[in-house]
Write a protein that binds this ligand. Sequence first.
Ligand code: SAH
Length: 405
Amino acid sequence: MTTAGSPTSRTEFGLRAIALKRGREDRLKSGHPWIFAGDLAEPLPADVAGAPVAVLDHRGGFLAIAVASGGGGLVLRVLTRQREVIDQAWLAGRLSSAIALRRRWLGEVEGVRLVNAESDGLPALIVDRYGPFLSVQSLSAGADRMLPNVVEELVNLLSPVGIYERSDVAIRALEGLPERKGVLWGEEPPDEQVIQEGKARFLVDIKNGQKTGFFLDQRLNRQRLQTLCGGKRVLNTFCYSGGFSIPAAIGGAASVVGVDVSASALDLARHNAEINKVGERCQWVEANAFDYLRELDRDRKRFDVVVLDPPAFTKTRQSVPGAMRGYKEINLRALKILEPGGLLVSSSCSHHMDAETFLSVIAEAAADAGRHLRMVDYTGPGPDHPSLPAAPETRYLKCFWGVVS
Ligand code: SAH
């Protein structure tokens, strides 16, 4: 197999072979799926962008088959650690396994993440289901290249009415890829697609909504909140389309105030309240949640339940200190406006803020607010968002449940 000369000239199953530097195979061997530019013996040849390559250790030993990036520091993403052919049958196997996992854990549900990228062995590929429509997001040159095959296989496996692409995300620029959206197959989704989640029905804007239309990751946390709100005054900040407000109201909340900066999100939220027949107990406020929380505290308003579900405050490791201040601020305000015995439901979806750090921020907020806070639970996303034990980057959502005295 080994030929003299460049270590990148070797091949495995006809694949281009890419060698790692000596001592750089440990992350890969531990189960992590990413290889960075500094791990390679030689720079990645430009003509492999998007293609599968064989990854070898410095002695030429086979480590994995990975897909090459189109640019950026993350140069290779592992497809398999087996010596196998990456073809349509391989792809069908990965997609079937991802779909089977959701069926087993959640049954047949209308809103669900069917493919969660690296965690399902399909790097940089997201597939979400909203009723009869699929929403697909491709975040790399490799996922782009595989996309026609993915569409073909999704049609075979799921017979959707339509498949829509939501690759309109800035992160694609790292691989030199443009933002893109539109129909990939079949019919165009309606402006508002209804999905059932537990007892709630939600309208999803597949074409223009945030993410791929809905925050599917909070499913179990929303359903749990529903059981804790009977007769309570609930404040739901960063409410988007009312993901937490609607279950709170269905669960018998006396009143639910939802706050978001986005007028279009609040339009959807209002519709959601109407179709769930809880409109009269829901109120929607278009405001910056930081300012609004401060005003509520100043005006001595009080709540029995406060939900905080902000967007990621940090996208880089460098901005973690600033993000910590942001999280501390909103948690401090929330704790101040909770009645004794009140419930704080506080989420962070920042990849760079690990679970222990987020907990320490909440502890500081409680200390500054002068409140005794008991943690009752600390949850993550639902089972349709699996993660890799060896890759902390695949875990991002944390949801703290605590009661103040
Ligand atoms: N809890 C929601 C998801 C929240 S996503 C659900 O279950 O569906 C975060 C939301 O925060 C987005 O809707 C975004 O519009 C909103 N947002 C971002 N910055 C904000 C700010 N400063 N004040 C209020 N809302 C904000």
